[in-house]
Structure formats: structure tokens, C-alpha cells
Design a protein around this ligand. Structure first.
Ligand SMILES: N[C@@H](CCC(=O)N[C@@H](CS)C(=O)NCC(=O)O)C(=O)O
Length: 237
């Protein structure tokens, strides 16, 4: 059966995983359409002319089309107020919003370096893309090989731009995770007793790398793992 909500995505896009985490914390059913990163022809008609040709894009049950993960999550909260992820407390809300912004501006920027940083990771990325996409044979090979090769180069550039050596992606992500654990303090969630937008964003971003070596490494951290499992338990896939 077709679900009323459709997410247009790349399987290895942290911003798309943020949206999936938001939908699942709210217990909403949705369909996924894997977009070809080379031509993006699967993006839905009705996307505003001036919208960047990027994913995620979400089509809501009422037909409204929203792009940009932060705008999508805010629209989701407005249209589906059940299981809210906006803390009632103003300080908590400010912290949650700051964590969400940090996920976009810093954490998600570091992630390509642990998805495509080594040839082994790039190969894994090609496998994940092949498993989740429904492109034709030739397109599939192009996306897998070409995409991974391009992203491997991009990953090196990101590291350089951030003053890191070519093999320092995992160390960088570990440092960022330490920062997140600090913000969590001893609480169950960034939102306090309930998951907030910040928890949703970080959980989504981490789920994006669950098939990669960095994930197992990070899950050896008791604080992060306990928090990850707590948010996971709130997600209804
Ligand atoms: N600010 C946007 C960022 C979205 C974004 O950068 N998406 C990437 C994939 S992770 C994309 O679609 N890139 C395709 C391109 O730039 O051609 C959001 O939060 O949704």
C-alpha cells in the first residue's frame, strides 16, 4: 500500500536520515524514493523553481512539498503535533535548536570523511547505494563507481579545508561526538525527559553511518550508545 507521505532521498545523506528519524519518532508511515544523484530526475514535480536540486524533499499527505531538512522537520512538527519534539522549556528548546544547527553545520559536514574516507569505506558506500537504489543496470554502475570516486575526492578536500590530515576523519567525528556527549550531560535526551529536534537530528545523522566502521567504534562509548538506544526505542519504523 502506498503511504501518504513520500521522502525523496539519497540513502547516504545525513540530512535525509534526520527527516526519517523525525517521521519515525512521530510514528508516521512514509514511502522512500531514491533519487539519482547524477540527474535527480526523480525529484517531484511541484518543487519550487528556485529550490536547490538537493535532497531531502518531502511530499506531505496534503500534497505540500517542502525541501531542506530543518524546514521539513519544522513543517512535520506543525502538521503532526502528536509526539512533539519541541521542548516546552525555553532553555531546552534553545539547546535543542543549537544541537540541530550543529548537526547541519558541523557533524553532517564531517560524515562524508568516514563514509568515503578510505577505499574500504567507499566500497561499502557503493554497496549500500546499490542495495537501496532501483536505477537501471548502467545507471547503477555509474552511481556506484562514479559517485564513490567523486565523494572520495570530496572527502579529502573536506578534511583539508578543516585543517585535518587525509586519514583523520574518524578522529574528527569522535571529537564531535565527545562534544555532543557533553551537551547531553547526564540527561536521557537533549530535550530532557523526551527526545527533541536536536536528538532527532543527531540520531538520524548517526544512523546514516550505521553500516560503516565508525559506527561500531562510536557504539563502544557507553554514554552515546545508551542515548542512541533510547532514541531508537522511540522510533517506529
Ligand atoms: N541544507 C540542506 C542540505 C541538503 C544537502 O546538502 N543534500 C545533499 C545530499 S547530503 C544533496 O542533495 N546534494 C546534491 C547536490 O548538491 O547536487 C538540508 O538540510 O536539507
Amino acid at each position: 500500500m502506498t503511504a501518504p507521505i513520500t521522502l525523496y532521498q539519497f540513502e547516504l545523506c545525513p540530512f535525509c536520515h534526520k527527516v526519517k528519524a523525525g517521521l519515525e519518532v512521530k510514528g508516521l508511515a512514509y514511502d522512500k524514493v531514491e533519487v539519482n544523484p547524477m540527474n535527480k530526475k526523480e525529484l517531484p514535480p511541484g518543487l519550487p523553481e528556485d529550490a536547490p536540486k538537493k535532497v531531502p524533499v518531502l511530499r506531505f499527505a496534503d500534497g505540500e512539498i517542502v525541501y531542506d531538512s530543518t524546514d521539513i522537520l519544522n513543517a512535520l512538527e506543525a502538521k503532526h503535533p502528536e509526539r512533539p519534539f519541541t521542548p516546552a522549556d525555553a532553555d531546552r528548546k534553545a539547546r535543542s535548536d543549537a544541537v540541530e544547527a550543529w548537526v547541519d553545520d558541523t557533524f553532517a559536514q564531517a560524515l562524508p570523511t568516514v563514509i568515503y574516507g578510505t577505499w574500504g569505506e567507499s566500497l561499502k558506500a557503493a554497496q549500500v547505494t546499490a542495495r537501496t537504489s532501483n536505477f537501471g543496470f548502467v545507471q547503477n554502475i555509474g552511481v556506484r563507481a562514479g559517485g564513490s570516486l567523486i565523494m572520495h575526492q570530496i572527502s579529502k578536500k573536506i578534511l583539508k579545508r578543516n585543517g585535518r590530515g587525509p586519514k583523520e576523519g574518524r578522529a574528527w567525528v569522535r571529537e564531535e561526538v565527545e562534544r555532543f556527549e557533553g551537551w547531553l550531560g547526564g540527561d536521557d535526551f537533549i530535550g530532557g525527559a523526551e527526545p527533541s529536534l536536536g536528538d532527532v537530528a543527531m540520531h538520524g545523522a548517526l544512523t546514516c553511518v550505521r553500516d560503516f566502521p565508525i559506527f561500531a567504534e562510536l557504539m563502544e562509548r557507553p554514554v552515546l550508545q545508551a542515548w542512541y538506544d533510547r532514541v531508537q526505542a522511540r522510533r517506529v519504523p
